[in-house]
Design a protein around this ligand. Structure first.
Ligand SMILES: Cc1cc2nc3c(=O)[nH]c(=O)nc-3n(C[C@H](O)[C@H](O)[C@H](O)COP(=O)(O)O)c2cc1C
Length: 370
C-alpha cells in the first residue's frame, strides 16, 4: 500500500467530520487539500498493472477500452497521471478540460478553485472555473505518453468563454487540430461547464449550440483523415424532451457520441439529496460561489438521459458509429449494471472514483468490476 493510499483511507473515515466545521473553513481546507492531493496522486503509480479475472474490455469506434468505465474530465487537467489510471485498469485516460489559452481558474474570498465534498451524501460541489495550462502544453505532454495496452487517451476541450464567438470557434478548431497532431485517441467537447464567466450553460437546445456544433463538424470533423471520435459532453440538467433532437443533430453532423453529463446547477431541486448535517455547507457554497453539484444526486438523471439517448440512436440508426457515455453519480457495480441493461457501454466517474479510492486504493477498478 502506498503512503497516499493509506492517507486516502484515513481521510475517508474522517471526512464526514467536515460537517462540524464552519462552512467557510471547510471550503478553504477542502479546496486547498484537493489541489495538493491531486499533485501527489498523479505521481503515485501502482507497481504493476491490475489484471481482471475476466476480460472487461469493450471495443467502440475500433478502439479497445480496458473496462467500461474511466475517469471523467476535470481530474487530470494538466494531462499528468496516465500511468496511474492505466495501471489501475481504467478503460481510458481522459485529460483536461483545457482551453486555447491557459486559465488561472476561480478565486473568491481567498478560496482558490473552490471545492467542497459532502461525504455523507456521496456528493460534492465545485466552482473551479477550468484552471488549465492551455491546449499546447497538455497536447505536448500527451504526445509523449507511451500507451499501456487498452488504455486509450482522450482529451476534453472547452471554448474560451471570454472570447467573441468567432474567435472562440476558430480557437476550438485550432485546439482540436493540436490534439489531433498529438495523437490522442478520442476527444470530448465540454459544452456544459457551469463554472466559467460569460454566458451560463444552456440546458436547452439553443441556436448557438447548434451553430457551434455545425462549425466544428464542417471545419474539423469533415476534414479528419484518421479515426478520431469526437464526443460532445452535455449537462445532466439537459431537458429530456430534447434528447431526440440533440442526438439527431449530432448524428447528422457526424459526431461520434454524446456524454450525459456534466455537473448540475439545480440546487433547490437536488437539495433533498444532501443530508441534513451537510446542508448548511451546501447552502453556503452555492450562495457564495455557485458551482456544479456532482455525485449521487446525479445518478438518476444521468441514467435517464443516457438511456433516452440510446433509444434515440436506435430510432435513427445512424450510418456513422455513435455511442452514448454516462457520467454522474456512478460509484458501484450496480450502476454499471444499470448502464449495461439500458444499452450504455461506457461510463465515466469523478466523485465516486475518489470515494472508491478511499476504500480500495489503486485496486478500485478491480474491486468494482471483478
Ligand atoms: C472538482 C471537479 C472538477 C471538474 N472539472 C471538469 C472539467 O474540467 N471538465 C468537465 O467536462 N467536467 C468537469 N467536472 C465534471 C465531471 O467530469 C462529471 O461530469 C461530474 O462530476 C459528474 O460525475 P460524478 O457524479 O461521477 O462526479 C468536474 C467535476 C468535479 C467534481
Amino acid at each position: 500500500m502506498s503512503l497516499l493510499e493509506t492517507f486516502a483511507e484515513i481521510e475517508h473515515h474522517f471526512r464526514p467530520l467536515l460537517a462540524y466545521l464552519p462552512a467557510d473553513a471547510a471550503a478553504k481546507i477542502s479546496s486547498y487539500g484537493k489541489t495538493q492531493f491531486i499533485k501527489k496522486y498523479v505521481k503515485d503509480e501502482p507497481d504493476e498493472k491490475v489484471l481482471f479475472s475476466k476480460d472487461q474490455s469493450v471495443k467502440l469506434w475500433d478502439i479497445r477500452f480496458n473496462a467500461p468505465i474511466f475517469n471523467a474530465a476535470g481530474m487530470f487537467k494538466l494531462g499528468k497521471g496516465y500511468n496511474v489510471v492505466a495501471k489501475q485498469g481504467a478503460g481510458a485516460f481522459l485529460a483536461g478540460t483545457t482551453t486555447y489559452r491557459s486559465r488561472e481558474g476561480n478565486t473568491k474570498h481567498k478560496v482558490t478553485h473552490p471545492f467542497l465534498p459532502f461525504p455523507r451524501s456521496q456528493a460534492a460541489i465545485n466552482w473551479m472555473g477550468l484552471p488549465n495550462p492551455g491546449h499546447e502544453v497538455v497536447a505536448k505532454r500527451l504526445s509523449n505518453i507511451e500507451r499501456v495496452k487498452n488504455c486509450p487517451i482522450g482529451i476534453s476541450l472547452s471554448y474560451d468563454s471570454v472570447d467573441t464567438k468567432e474567435i472562440a470557434l476558430k480557437n476550438m478548431v485550432l485546439g482540436l487540430e493540436i490534439y489531433n497532431k498529438a495523437g490522442v485517441d478520442f476527444v470530448e467537447i465540454n459544452e456544459s461547464c457551469p463554472n466559467v464567466e460569460g454566458k451560463s450553460v444552456s440546458n436547452n437546445l439553443e441556436p448557438e449550440l447548434v451553430e457551434r456544433l455545425e462549425y466544428i463538424s464542417k471545419n474539423f470533423i469533415s476534414k479528419l483523415n484518421r479515426n478520431l471520435p469526437v464526443i460532445v459532453k452535455l449537462s445532466n440538467d439537459t431537458n429530456i424532451n430534447q434528447v431526440d433532437d440533440l442526438v439527431r443533430i449530432l448524428t447528422d453532423l457526424n459526431y461520434s457520441g454524446v456524454n450525459f453529463g456534466n455537473t448540475s446547477t439545480r440546487y433547490k431541486e437536488l437539495e433533498k439529496s444532501i443530508r441534513r448535517k451537510e446542508q448548511h455547507h451546501y447552502y453556503y457554497f452555492y450562495n457564495t460561489f455557485g458551482g456544479g453539484l456532482s455525485g449521487e444526486p446525479l445518478k438518476q438523471t444521468s441514467l435517464e438521459l443516457a438511456s433516452k439517448a440510446i433509444q434515440s440512436v436506435e430510432k435513427i440508426s445512424p450510418t456513422n458509429e455513435f455511442h452514448v457515455i454516462r457520467t454522474g453519480g456512478i460509484s458501484s457495480i450496480s450502476d454499471i449494471e444499470d448502464s449495461i441493461r439500458n444499452g450504455i457501454k461506457l461510463n465515466q466517474w469523478y466523485t465516486g472514483y475518489f470515494k472508491n479510492f478511499g476504500t480500495n486504493g489503486h485496486k478500485l477498478y478491480k474491486k468494482l468490476l471483478d
